[in-house]
Design a protein around this ligand. Structure first.
Ligand code: DMJ
Length: 579
């Protein structure tokens, strides 16, 4: 199944690329004290991990949803995500090839266009959503719809490397078919979507009206892009209506709860945090702003972020609180919370991100992996949630922090993660989830996000060539979406004020990197030496280190076009005044 690893660029070219980037971006690429041979060794280790998981899936799991690595069998888990069983699946159901769909964007990032193309062609000929299967809307959106539209966009971007004439938007047609099947879920009095829907028959009789905040607040990236690609505004309109309704339900403290009723629009669970049931809601507010440029997303995110920092944060930790009063409810660390430092890095709050990341790392080192839930007030594992299902969040934050700081320490953290995954979870038939981190007993499940996220972020930590000179934002499932001026409210020339330092050159394509420009704010734009980088509004911080004494030392963010300010800790970021 596996094609040979693509040959590496000649050393001389690597040096030239590194030097050029060092000059152009100010991020010291390749000169960060972490040896090139070591970097290459780690990259190869991640490649081995990815293909061990992928090849075993293709051998024992495909075309079903996910691999059971201990028994070398499969599970059609998309229909049971959310802990339901397979009662509604027809006998002859063969799954959605979920792990293959989830692997496509990783294959491109790893440089395996041949296998990417094989996957596309198989899906084009075999995948159908006309099945009597009850699926979770959120999971299906982030994994299948996100996987399909991202792969479609990559197929367009890499069309010159595909066999000519073979790709004619098949993945987009599949995505459209899936998006159409989502729409009945939004037909509620509030516009908030049902959590569950039958792909063939729509909302089922007596369907539960309970859903989660992330379930109806993390649809806008995939459905928004589907609308932009198809010209059919219904997907984006449905997702945006749900998001607006959700936001209107916030408390006077700008906090949201964790679960709600889609019919009444009333909260069911008032306690919430930044982890399970809510996490990607915050993530999609800021990423929707980066992708589409609408101030509405920024305004929601900014208020929501400040409320999180004010009511949930306790030093480097984040507890849960009642959305009505702001009083702490549960003092728990959860594995899902580990995405937060990555989000903070994306918006420039690097110092705070680093602080929390270090604490997660301490917990990782203590247990060997991150437990699903750890009781901070008792200093012990949660009695039942002791598992680690190969989650990506800690690796994801490590990747973002490395991009922002180029501090080789994060590469060493990556080594620890890779070492743990290979030591504890690698089995003959793939990578197995940990059932109990206190015994390291394994469980027969290799989740698809291990391939779409965990391996991808670890690979990008040691080889980010995919991101160079490109401008992508990653969905919550790790699928890259390009930031396009045609989709963006801020990029069109009419928006550019004349007094900004760097003015868009109409003769050049917009090629700001969501990674290098967004989280590496010292990026220098030197058009005179033929740099492809440009920004409509970017003003660098006064000091390359991003340290500051006053707000005057801070510049303007390249992608968000917001004025940065100086934190109490003396670090430039987008906001840092927490009341
Ligand atoms: C992934 O499916 C997504 O990242 C989602 O937002 C929550 N976390 C899982 C993996 O842990």
């Amino acid at each position: 199944m596996r094609s040979p690893e693509p040959s590496l660029p000649a050393p001389a070219r690597l040096v030239a690329v590194a030097l050029l980037l060092a000059v152009l971006t100010g991020c010291v690429v390749g000169v960060d004290g972490y040896g090139r041979a070591r970097r290459l060794r780690m990259k190869n280790k991640v490649l081995e991990m990815f293909y061990h998981a992928y090849d075993n899936y293709m051998t024992y799991g495909f075309p079903h949803d996910e691999l059971k690595p201990l028994t070398k069998s499969f599970t059609d888990s998309l229909s049971e995500l959310g802990n339901l069983n397979l009662e509604h699946l027809p006998q002859d159901y063969n799954g959605s090839a979920l792990t293959l769909v989830e692997s496509l964007s990783s294959l491109v990032i790893l440089g395996n266009i041949t296998e990417f193309e094989r996957g596309i062609l198989w899906l084009s000929e075999n995948l159908t959503f006309d099945v009597d299967a009850r699926i979770n809307l959120f999971e299906c959106n982030i994994r299948l719809l996100g996987g399909l539209i991202s792969a479609h966009l990559l197929a367009k971007d890499y069309s010159s490397q595909l066999k000519s004439g073979l790709y004619h938007d098949q993945l987009l047609h599949l995505a459209e078919s899936l998006g159409n099947r989502f729409l009945p879920a939004f037909e509620t009095p509030t516009g908030l979507p049902y959590a569950w829907i039958n792909l063939k028959y729509g909302v089922m009789e007596n369907e539960t009206t309970e859903t989660s905040t992330s379930g109806c607040g993390s649809l806008i990236l995939e459905m928004g892009v589907l609308s932009r690609l198809t010209g059919d505004s219904r997907y984006e309109a449905a997702a945006l209506r749900a998001l607006r309704k959700l936001w209107s339900m916030r408390s006077s403290l700008n906090l949201v709860g964790t679960t709600l009723d889609v019919f009444t629009g009333k909260w069911i669970e008032y306690s919430s945090g930044i982890g399970a049931g809510v996490d990607s809601f915050y993530e999609y507010l800021i990423k929707a702003y980066i992708l589409f440029g609408s101030d509405e997303y920024w305004d929601m995110f900014h208020a929501a972020y400040l409320a999180v920092q004010k009511y949930f944060r306790h030093g480097p930790w984040y507890h849960e609180a009642d959305m009505r009063t702001g009083e702490a409810t549960h003092w728990q660390l959860t594995s899902l919370q580990a995405f937060w430092p990555g989000l903070q890095t994306l918006v420039g709050d690097v110092a705070a991100a680093n602080l929390s990341h270090r604490e997660f790392y301490n917990v990782w080192q203590r247990f060997g992996v991150l437990p699903e839930r750890y009781l901070l007030d008792y200093g012990m594992l949660h009695p039942t949630e002791k598992y680690y299902p190969l989650r990506p969040e800690f690796a994801e934050s490590t990747f973002y922090l490395y991009q922002a700081t180029k501090d080789p320490w994060y590469l060493e953290v990556g080594e620890t993660i890779i070492g743990s995954l290979n030591y504890y979870t690698k089995v003959d038939g793939g990578f197995a989830s940990v059932r109990d981190v206190s015994t390291m007993k394994l469980e027969d499940h290799q989740h698809s996000f291990f391939l779409s996220e965990t391996c991808k972020y670890l690979f990008l930590l040691y080889d980010d060539s995919f991101l160079r000179n490109r401008n992508y934002i990653f969905t919550t499932e790790g699928h890259p979406l390009p930031i396009r001026s045609t989709w963006h409210e801020k990029f069109p020339a009419t928006h550019v004020p004349s007094n900004w330092t760097f003015v868009k050159d109409q003769s050049q394509p917009v090629r700001m990197s969501a990674m290098s420009s967004q989280v590496c704010p010292e990026t220098v734009f030197q058009k005179s030496v033929g740099s492809p980088w440009e920004s409509a509004c970017h003003v660098p911080d006064v000091y390359a280190s991003h340290r500051c004494g006053t707000d005057d030392d801070c510049g303007i963010e390249a992608v968000t076009c917001k004025k940065r300010s100086c934190s109490m800790a003396g670090y430039c970021g987008l906001w840092l005044v927490i009341y």
